[in-house]
Design a binder for this molecule. Structure first.
Ligand code: AHG
Ligand code: MN
Ligand code: MN
Length: 340
């Protein structure tokens, strides 16, 4: 560890210098996201004190109730990013279609997709929540507003991704394709300080995270995998520990640090849930980029998440993500290659 304090800003600038054609756009973009993260963090921390809690009365496109903080976080992200000049469009879990850059603002060469507040149903219980983001370079010519073609790119094309987690401390974790770095917010200075250098997820974990209340809706392969995970075979490190927070970003972050697997498979609860619940563009892709950069894997049970060519900005996808060996085993069960 360097014997000086490495701030997020300095780190982003140094990372960008590694790229020969760097323009400074990344530095500006990630700095704007970090600013939104600080603003959201501040409001999340005082959520119990002010009249910002409770339902806003709005319903998002999935028919879910929007918490007031979801609305606030969405606005904070849009405001932080919209006039930076780096983006040609945005997409958010809390907005119906593409969020355009107003015509009087400069238009940039990047796209940002984000889940402004993940785990928001947990806010009132003081459970960790987070903001997840994903950045692509546009594929249409520069200078014009971004289109669906710019947004609907496979995760493999991401140029940066990460999240800000609002937990016992606030952390920003990000990758630009050269490893994963974690920064902890020092609340007294308002600076993100490098705390987790070149994060690597253990090859095999001791934890599985899945909402077991859906067991009656699962396909056989998922049932068999979970039965395998719970079986007492001490010489093999089983049973695995069960840990499910219900905030993807928090379950993911714990597994990234300690090793483990998170699963949100498709199920038969309703026709729309066949494809799972979590969103490809706002949740699965960015965390897949982070986990692969940390040496782990992300799959929909059959193929890597980042190989999926999206057809809809709000597309949902089964997500199996975490330590490499654990994801390999879960895939074998889901594909019916093994039963026990
Ligand atoms: P969001 O708060 O952005 O809508 O996401 C909630 C997600 C995710 O954070 C979590 O892993 C999952 O929903 C929990 O769903 P279940 O309650 O069905 O387990
Ligand atoms: Mn979410
Ligand atoms: Mn959300």
């Amino acid at each position: 560890m360097a014997n000086f304090v490495q701030t997020l800003n300095r780190h982003i600038i140094e990372q960008e210098r590694l790229h020969p054609k760097a323009t400074g756009a990344f530095t500006a973009l990630l700095t704007d996201i970090a600013l939104a993260g600080k603003i959201i963090s501040y409001h999340v921390n005082k959520a119990g004190l002010v009249d910002i809690l409770g339902k806003s009365g709005g319903v998002n496109i999935y028919g879910e109730k929007q918490e007031k903080l979801d609305v606030f976080a969405n606005r904070a992200m849009v405001r932080a990013l919209v006039h930076g000049g780096q983006l040609c469009a945005m997409a958010s879990e809390e907005a119906d279609g593409i969020i355009p850059i107003p015509s009087d603002y400069p238009i940039g060469r990047y796209i940002c997709c984000f889940d402004p507040l993940d785990g928001s149903s947990n806010i009132e219980a003081n459970v960790s929540i987070g903001t997840i983001f994903s950045i692509f370079k546009r594929v249409t010519p520069d200078g014009k507003p971004g289109t669906d073609a710019d947004i609907l790119q496979p995760g493999r094309n991401q140029v940066a991704a990460g999240y800000v987690i609002y937990g016992s401390s606030t952390m920003m974790v990000y990758t630009t394709g050269s490893g994963v770095y974690g920064f902890t917010l020092d609340p007294s200075y308002g600076e993100f300080i490098l705390s987790h250098e070149n994060l690597k997820i253990p090859k095999k974990g001791k934890t599985y995270s899945i909402n077991e209340s859906y067991i009656d809706y699962w396909d056989e392969g998922v049932v068999n995998y979970v039965r395998w995970a719970k079986k007492a075979v001490p010489e093999d490190g089983r049973p695995l520990n069960s840990r499910y927070i219900g905030s993807l970003v928090a379950d993911f972050h714990r597994n990234l640090l300690y090793g483990g697997i998170f699963l949100y498979p498709g199920d038969n609860k309703s026709p729309s849930r066949k494809q799972g619940k979590l969103r490809l563009m706002y949740e699965a892709n960015p965390l897949a980029f982070v986990v692969e950069q940390a040496g782990g894997r992300a799959s929909d049970g059959y193929r890597p998440i980042m190989d999926i060519k999206p057809t809809d900005v709000h597309q949902q996808v089964p997500l199996i993500i975490g330590s490499e060996e654990d994801v390999n085993i879960a895939e074998d069960f889901i594909q019916g290659k093994r039963k026990e």
